[in-house]
Design a protein around this ligand. Structure first.
Ligand SMILES: [Zn+2]
Length: 173
């Protein structure tokens, strides 16, 4: 869970699928965290404070992140079936879901926030825990979270301004 930086990916992806509400794209980047909460409620996932905690297999393993990204991409494709751009909608939404895993992989183990964090799992059982460990320092956490969000917002705002004031078409010569 890298935090608000996930939302930046959703904001930055808006120009790729202009007809999709940016709220859906941002929601897509949090699907794995939402699934974690749902699985925790039904006892499939364990909270890190639990002494018998296991890595978040069902939602944050690489294996399951691929599965969820494909499933949610297909769902978005189906929901967008009336659009000519349904393929882009499905692909981009699936990528939003998977972007969560990529950002988590870059930031975990985030020992600046949790000393017991050893990375995110590749699959189930004794599969390796992986991650580049960007969030080992609190300063890096703040710079990345706020900087990332501002960068995503910048892409979104520039796109909005440009789409509201389209450049005049070039005169034919
Ligand atoms: Zn997460």
């Amino acid at each position: 869970m890298a935090g608000i930086a996930h939302a930046a990916v959703g904001l930055a992806a808006k120009p790729l699928v202009p007809e999709v509400n940016v709220g859906w794209l941002i929601l897509g980047t949090f699907v794995l965290d939402i699934l974690w909460v749902a699985f925790w409620c039904v006892g499939l996932e364990t909270s890190p404070a639990n002494p018998a905690a296991h890595p978040p297999w069902w939602d944050h393993s690489l294996l399951m992140a691929v599965v969820w990204s494909v499933l949610f991409g297909l769902l978005a494709y189906w929901l967008g079936r009336r659009s000519r751009h349904r393929t882009s909608i499905g692909v981009v939404f699936g990528l939003m879901v998977f972007s969560h895993w990529v950002l988590d992989w870059i930031t975990h183990p985030m020992t600046a926030l949790s000393l017991s964090d050893k990375g995110i799992p590749v699959a189930f059982g004794n599969s390796p825990l992986v991650g580049l460990g960007l969030y080992r320092s609190l300063t890096v956490v703040w710079v990345t979270e706020i900087g990332g969000l501002l960068a995503g917002l910048a892409v979104y705002i520039v796109w909005r301004v440009r789409s509201k004031h389209p450049q005049p078409a070039a005169e034919p010569v």
